[in-house]
Design a protein around this ligand. Structure first.
Ligand SMILES: Nc1nc2c(ncn2[C@@H]2O[C@H](COP(=O)(O)OP(=O)(O)OP(=O)(O)O)[C@@H](O)[C@H]2O)c(=O)[nH]1
Ligand SMILES: [Mg+2]
Length: 255
């Protein structure tokens, strides 16, 4: 069994992408289990096979600990790791080829506290990887692009699993996705765009953002994005091939 964790900023399209992967793999003859790991999820575009909300109830957390919605979400996120044994057992009983985890919208609660990294590291499976969504609407300017790339690097540090960077919601972005694609594959083009945005190369904003991007590149972080749309399903073949390469050493025949 291989595990795929779908991560990204709030609203970046994690749940929609999760909803697409299950039928995609079913078509290829592979079995999947979809796990909702977001205790605060209100409605989901798929029926989870395993649901953390069966183990952690936000409203009871609010009542029992006299917390407001934000405090309850933090508390509930911290509880995710404590439910690992039950979730592992439920997934193991279903014995799928792939388990897909839809992670909480508040990425900082999942990745920067102890619970999320503990869960990713300790869920027992053959291989694991993390999909990270660069929301096309958030990376429309060079500085925003650098900020999200930095967040992706930080997720890599925290979750310690191979990462697949995806440019999500391509269909919503007009032509803006082309710029993000260029910046992701051509550092000089990104530095030029940063210099134009900041009206030169002497200001602190330029120096900081261009240094970040150079250091990320020097450290081997390669953010060549896969453009993806959950509406048109463009990018699913590239995503699936990348998942196969990371999880199965390239073998794409399922089942
Ligand atoms: N047009 C378009 N809309 C999308 C796409 N992906 C997601 N959406 C929409 O964007 C909104 C947020 O998508 P979700 O899949 O719920 O995003 P999420 O990252 O799971 O959100 P949270 O869990 O709340 O952080 C929903 O209205 C989706 O229908 C896409 O590729 N194209
Ligand atoms: Mg979601």
């Amino acid at each position: 069994m291989h595990a795929i964790f779908v991560t990204g900023t709030a609203g970046s399209g994690k749940s929609r992408l999760t909803s697409i992967l299950k039928p995609w793999y079913a078509d290829k003859g592979a079995t999947t289990v979809v796990v909702n790991l977001d205790p605060g999820a209100f409605s989901l575009p798929y029926a989870p096979d395993v649901d953390v909300r069966d183990h952690i109830d936000i409203e009871s957390v609010m009542e029992s600990y006299q917390l407001g919605p934000n405090g309850a979400l933090i508390f509930a996120s911290d509880m995710i790791a404590t439910r690992l044994p039950q979730i592992q057992e439920q997934v193991d009983d279903l014995n799928p080829d792939y388990v897909i985890f839809d992670t909480p919208g508040q990425v900082e609660l999942f990745a920067y506290r102890q619970s999320g990294p503990y869960f990713v590291e300790n869920f027992t499976c053959d291989n694991r990887c993390v999909i990270f969504l660069f929301d096309a609407s958030l990376v429309a300017t060079p500085t925003n692009y650098v900020s999200i790339a930095l967040l992706a690097a930080s997720m890599q540090l925290r979750l310690k699993a191979p990462q697949i960077p995806i440019l999500s919601k391509k269909d919503l972005s007009g032509d803006a996705w082309k710029k993000a694609m260029k910046w992701s594959s051509n550092r000089a083009a990104l530095e030029d765009a940063l210099a134009k945005e900041k009206s030169g190369t002497s200001g602190i904003d330029y120096i900081l953002s261009s240094s970040i991007i150079r250091d990320l590149s020097r450290s081997g972080f390669n953010y060549e994005l896969i453009p993806f749309s959950s509406v048109t399903q463009e990018g699913i073949i590239e995503l699936s091939a990348t998942l196969a390469r990371i999880l199965r050493g390239g073998e794409e025949i399922e089942g």
